[in-house]
Design a protein. Structure first.
Length: 167
């Protein structure tokens, strides 16, 4: 697995002079360090992680969102097993998300098991954009619509409103 810092630094918990500026600039934080350490420990159990790249962990409330980038996608069963293992180790609910540059793909993963029926994009006068995402069953969004909105805002800088589509 590839990390933004040296593997030795992750294992030791002490950052070298090359990696320390990443912590000071906010690219990584101590939550990232603890999640990376757990991922190193879990790598023998999950061979798909060898080809993955760690991006970031975002914590909203008590939920950890672990963002990974990989050419070989995690199967739904291995993702569920990885989420369970990380939940046991971190002491809070974990959602593993395959980070993609596309906002639509990110939204699809965040609202699962609900399905997106439409996405409307509005450009605001100040140059920002706002997405209205219609899902088939808003109650089935497991991580909560507020967490989805907050996560997309922090990752992509886009305001998101999630509404239930009318039948």
């Amino acid at each position: 697995m590839r990390f933004p810092v040296c593997t030795f630094d992750v294992r030791s918990g002490t950052l070298c002079p090359r990696c320390e500026p990443l912590l000071r600039s906010g690219v990584i934080d101590w939550t990232d360090m603890s999640v990376m350490r757990e991922l190193i420990d879990l790598e023998p159990q999950f061979p798909q992680l060898r080809e993955a790249e760690y991006v970031k962990t975002i914590r909203t409330g008590s939920v950890f969102f672990v963002l990974l980038r990989s050419r070989h996608h995690l199967t739904p069963s291995s993702r569920t097993q990885l989420e369970r293992a990380l939940t046991r180790k971190l002491g809070g609910p974990v959602s593993v998300i395959e980070y993609a540059g596309d906002v639509n793909q990110l939204l699809e993963q965040l609202v699962r098991p609900a399905r997106i029926t439409s996405i409307s994009r509005t450009w605001l006068p100040d140059g920002s954009e706002r997405l209205v995402v219609k899902v088939d069953r808003i109650s089935s969004v497991t991580i909560g619509i507020n967490n989805v909105s907050e996560l997309v805002r922090s990752l992509k800088g886009v305001e998101v409103e999630i509404v239930e589509s009318s039948r």
